[in-house]
Design a protein around this ligand. Sequence first.
Ligand code: B12
Length: 215
Amino acid sequence: MQGKNHSLEINIFIDALLEPSMTKAISISKEYIKNNEDIKSFWEQIIVPSMHEIGKKWADNEITVGEEHTATSICQRVMVEHYEKILSNSAVNRRKIIVTLSPNELHVLGARIVADLLELNGYNVHFLDSNSTYEELLNLIKKENIKEIIISTTLISNLDSTENLISELKLALKERIKFYVGGQAYKANSEIKTKADFYIKDMDSLLKELEKENK
Ligand code: B12
């Protein structure tokens, strides 16, 4: 399914999200996903553009915030439907990584996609959403001896809190930890550094960078 024009599938998927029909959304994904490669393609080529389109419809007052919420839940449910396949690849190379969100960031789907695709590539991912506290994050880093942390940020207004979080963690941890940041908040200005070690523009670049760092 990769390398083709996905506009038809995107439109059908958006219709299922807005109907809303969980059953239709799941069956569209099952029809599309025949192997592990298709998981990455479905997450990136169907779910991401569909949710971005949902965002435009919300901004244009064509749909309500409730419909936006429902669309997110359906996407999360679709992703869970295929999680067993993802898990069968996870922890193959056993490198532990934390994927988390900036403080106050409620947009969880992008981070979840990043986490799933890292697991699909053999990483052992610990996922912390924005309900987690700073202490929980710090304890997990220490307990699991984490060396790499990925932070996803959607709202530009959350960039300052991201910078504070990274500064505090760097101060609190004696060991050298690498921070990788990305997400929509950086799209307008990739020069924003938020004291992270790397700004990464997409999933393929993240996988390359992680590999390079650990050679
Ligand atoms: C669903 C949604 C919500 C839901 C989120 C529910 C949930 N549990 O996630 C709810 C209703 C809570 C919500 C709330 C708000 N939202 Co909202 N939301 C969206 C919407 C429609 C979809 C988000 C999504 O899932 N996108 C799909 C994901 C998969 O894509 P992604 O985030 O881009 O992730 C990909 C890449 O960016 C990348 N990536 C992400 N992180 C990282 C990290 C690294 C290291 C790397 C390499 C890559 C990477 O990988 C992903 C896969 O390719 C977007 C529209 C949009 N453009 O995304 C608006 C949108 C993000 N929201 C917006 C706004 C304004 C808000 C609110 C401020 C509204 C309000 N006034 O209350 C609040 C803020 C809440 C908060 N504090 O976070 C604006 C943001 C504008 C801006 N530029 O700041 C958007 C763009 C809508 C719009 N068109 O205006 N929202």
